[in-house]
Design a protein around this ligand. Sequence first.
Ligand code: GCU
Length: 410
Amino acid sequence: MPLKYNELSLPSPLVKKDGTRISTKQEWENGQRDYVAELMKQYMYGPIPPAPTEMTWEVLQTKTVYNGLGTREIIRLTCKGTTDEVMHLDLLVYIPAGDGPFPCTVGLNFCGNHGVEEDETIPMPDYVWPEGRQFMKRGEQNARWIPDYILSRGMALVTTCYHQIYPDHAFDGLKDSIYKLFYSQEKLFLAQPGKYSAISAWAWGLQRIADYLETRKEIDSSKLMVTGHSRLGKTALWAGANDPRFTVVVSNDSGCGGAAITRRADIGETLEVMNHYFPHWLTPMAKVIQDNVEDLPVDQHFLTSLIAPRAVAVASATEDTWADPEGEFYGLVAANEVYALYGEKEMSADYVPQGGEAVTSQSRHYHIRIGGHNILHFDWEHYIDFAFSVWRGNFKTFEITSGTNNHPSF
Ligand code: GCU
């Protein structure tokens, strides 16, 4: 049987390197937080690559969309590093009509920007597409992004394809990734998988979008919500843990290496299985510890704790057992100790939300959609409602909302 919350023997993010405990937010902010971030870097994700030495952008397209609900721009970012290489990131930028500045959600897509909408004027990807990865039809992932819904909520949306940052291929991806801005091809060729981790590269991409958004007067850059589904939910958490510009962090069905507690390894994906199929996602140290996860000095609540006191939402889907929904809930609850340093009430693990239910406790939110591994309208409704409640300071506490997929209004 998979372990329940009180049967888990979890390490505490408040325990210092010398074994003593901290008890104040000052101690957390002056040393302990960095130590916890360092542990997650060392055991799981490796470092996020440095910022580019130069980043410029050009507008490739501006178009009014959805009968005037907003505009859609295609922006090409050009990044340089310390080698002679140059990398582009092509962004789809949706901005609501009317007076801004608007809050903005930022997320990577799996499918290429052309998968977000059917519009033929969105260019097809012209960058390296990793072998074996599905090439989407136009608009095939529209139900995942629903830009018209997001715009209608008064929120901007920016997305770019993760393959343009690090093509998601275990062995061939690295040479075409943004690491080539900083390391020679020879060095990348000799590297073992994960030495330069893909999740850290994708998190770097999210940070570049934030850099760009800070230059836009239509965007309120104090209200950036970073989102991600599945492997990109793992990425959104790591980006959010490292970059305080993301004031709301969303993990949708992120599972192993995301919000789910690794020690509940007897349900869903294990670290070992993930490292086997995707050896480039995490740092090689994750492969060293995969056989003894009970001895791990960290677990995934360290990741959610690093986001405190900012807001974090974690969501699951009932049929998505591979991502261990209960383990994802525990990964959020177990950040209690750090959120408590900021005066937040504890979330209780006594009741685990069931299909269609949601629990919101000030800066933390959890919901579980009835259905499979996906991000859909129901999820976005929750995320956007939660984000606005946080930004307006109108915190909600412990509302367990109804057990259907009909989202009750906050
Ligand atoms: C696989 C993988 C998961 C990942 C998911 C996804 O199922 O095992 O770890 O989250 O792909 O990204 O869709």
